[in-house]
Design a protein around this ligand. Structure first.
Ligand code: HEC
Length: 591
């Protein structure tokens, strides 16, 4: 339900007001004149292609099997999308004609990580199209229905990784890593892998692993695609359940580490992800939400568990497919709002693809949605996480870099954001490395592309990040960054699937190191049972981590002793009852 939707506030003309370097202005201006494109620039003739099986149940059934075999590892169960690979059950695939989708599947978008399927017989491609179209309006299932019987891990025989690169076999809580711009291999020294994870149930002996002295509890289970989580000023936890379109609220932590209350704050949203309280400080009046296509806000005061009024539309966002998450933050002086919008494609040139307009950047607005401008650009996808350093007020971001150049390119990163800063995408990466797919282009930007502060394992899929302000963890953790790493698909041996710590050593800058903090979500190189997305600090100084693999929320706390085993047993016996009660409350929707 959308109330108060108004026309876009930034048609192209408002871009004239954008304050930017002249270069960026030229490239923006060139995009203003581009025409609306067809689905992935499909030729007009593809519209004429008729689906011989349209609507036929037998083709849906056959297509569903072909989909599971060929497409599901990347596009997820029932086309719901995984990580940064687009959903097919909704969005452009559903609005395009059958012929355009058929054309795109046949042609692929190889540079962007989508294989060409011309080798599949035509009949099978049409059956897949028929199946995809049957997914329109299918409700997202509340559980990971692929998680069934326990998987027997298969040993990975690949050679050990060459440091500073690593993979799941060597990730270990407390292990410090550092990747520098000098460590990057040449493009294409390894093939671009297609190694999306298959979700499995958590094996009986699996539990997230934290460093000695920390223990892990399961705060909540049975969620539907839990993504970003933020702590309200009063200590309540706001969770975006993106697939179900809900914002849920959890209050308190019982002695057993469970929520005391759970409610649905708002429902009917369009892939909500980012959440921000406004104005910043102790007494907010609004909750802002980053839907995939717009920024909205709800009236809010401390203690509200349900939105007390209808949503207000603040700003439209570009949204034609591709990276769909939008995070939102405010400057500490309340004057400006930042919104991160990831690219439409892996590495398309925005000058050639009008759908990249105002994407792959961090936008800045007034809190009422007016005066949009680019705050920083060439950032492929910071949609997973923006954060304000509470000590300095500086904006930071967590970024998914590009695919298709091999296992150890391009490092994801976490960095403070320079106003007007250019971070390379798509022509350059990690400073002055030219993307071979754009050889010879924009040489004048070579020395302008900034090197980010902390380079992470390539393809980690770094998502939400937060600064630790609590006192529960040992003093050396004060001010450090924690970030969730959703995990790779474009790497022959998977990496990520962990929570990392970026030490700031009580300064306002990162030294480039990061540390594995919570690991243990991978079963083998094919199967995983958990995928961290969100991370937030509870008022007691413990960390909550959302996991859209096991559809749960984990709580990491410092106990000073090695009590992990004990936590586990208690959780395994109590979680069923407590979470069922909390879920029932949360599913009673308010709107
Ligand atoms: C190795 C991972 C991978 C596999 C396997 C894969 N895809 Fe894709 N697919 C992608 C990526 C990445 C994109 C985004 C490409 C882009 O934006 O240019 C994509 C895009 C698409 C799109 C366009 C979606 C949009 O919103 O624009 C369709 C349709 C699609 N894929 C269908 C399929 C089908 C059908 C199969 C199986 C026959 C399949 N894909 C297999 C990675 C994959």
């Amino acid at each position: 339900m959308k109330v108060g939707t108004i026309p876009p506030r930034f048609p192209s003309s408002s871009l004239c007001a954008v304050r930017l370097t002249s270069l960026a202005l030229i490239f923006l201006a060139s995009m203003l004149f581009a025409q609306d494109a067809h689905f992935h620039n499909a030729p007009a003739s593809s519209n004429q292609l008729k689906n011989p099986y349209a609507g036929q149940q037998a083709a849906v059934t056959a297509g569903s099997k072909l989909y599971a075999m060929n497409c599901g590892s990347c596009h997820g169960i029932k086309g719901r999308g995984t990580g940064n690979i687009p959903a097919l059950a909704k969005g452009p695939t559903q609005s395009a004609s059958d012929g355009e989708v058929f054309w795109f599947i046949t042609t692929g978008s190889v540079d962007n990580g989508m294989p060409a399927w011309a080798s599949l017989p035509e009949q099978k491609r049409w059956q897949i199209v028929t199946y995809l179209k049957s997914l329109k309006n299918t409700p997202s299932a509340p559980t990971n229905d692929s998680a069934s019987a326990e998987v027997k891990p298969v040993k990975t025989n690949a050679a050990p990784p060459q440091p500073p690169y690593t993979d799941f076999r060597y990730e270990q809580p407390g292990k410090v890593r550092k990747i520098t711009a000098q460590d990057l291999p040449a493009p294409y020294v390894t093939e671009s892998a297609s190694n999306g994870p298959q979700l499995a149930a958590r094996p009986r002996d699996a539990w997230p692993k934290a460093p000695t002295g920390f223990s892990v509890q399961q705060y909540m289970t049975g969620l539907d695609n839990p993504r970003l989580i933020r702590t309200a000023p009063n200590g309540d936890f706001f969770l975006a359940e993106s697939s179900s379109g809900k914002i849920k609220v959890f209050r308190g932590i019982t002695a057993d580490g469970k929520p005391e209350r759970a409610e649905t704050f708002a429902a009917g949203l369009n892939e909500p992800y980012g959440i921000a309280f406004y104005p910043p400080g102790k007494d907010p009046q609004w909750v802002y939400v980053g839907d995939t296509d717009s920024v909205l806000r709800f009236p809010y005061k401390n203690g509200d568990l349900k939105a007390s009024g209808p949503e207000q539309h603040i700003a439209d966002l570009p949204h034609a497919g591709g990276h769909w998450t939008r995070d939102v933050q405010f400057t500490t002086d309340s004057r400006k709002m930042f919104v991160s919008v990831g690219s439409r494609s892996n590495v398309d040139d925005p000058e050639a693809n009008p759908e990249e307009k105002n994407r792959a950047d961090i936008l800045e607005f007034n809190p009422d949605g007016s005066d949009m401008r680019l705050y920083a650009y060439g950032i492929r996808n910071a949609g997973g996480g923006l954060a304000i350093n509470p000590k300095t007020g500086e904006l930071w971001c967590s970024v998914n870099e590009r695919d298709g150049l091999g296992d150890n390119l391009v490092p994801d990163y976490i960095t403070h954001v320079e106003e007007g800063g250019f971070y390379g995408w798509p022509w350059w990466y990690i400073g002055d490395h030219q993307d071979p797919r754009h050889e010879g282009k924009h040489l004048e930007l070579k020395n302008k592309a900034l090197v980010p502060d902390v380079l992470l394992q390539p393809h980690n899929a770094s998502l939400e990040m937060t600064f630790y302000e609590g006192t529960q963890f040992p003093a050396e953790y004060q001010g450090d960054i924690f970030a969730s790493q959703h995990g790779s698909w474009n790497r022959s041996v998977r990496a990520g699937y962990e929570v990392i710590r970026v030490p700031l050593h009580q300064t306002s800058r990162a030294s480039g190191e990061y540390e594995d903090f919570v690991t243990g979500f991978v079963i083998d190189n094919r199967h995983v049972w958990g995928r961290p997305v969100g991370v937030t600090e509870a008022r007691d100084g413990s960390l909550l981590v959302t996991d859209d693999g096991s559809n749960s929320i984990w709580r990491i706390r410092y106990t000073g002793s090695d009590s992990q085993q004990h936590e586990r047993e208690r959780n395994d016996t109590t979680h069923g009852r407590a979470n069922r009660a909390a879920n029932n409350a949360a599913n009673r929707t308010s709107r």
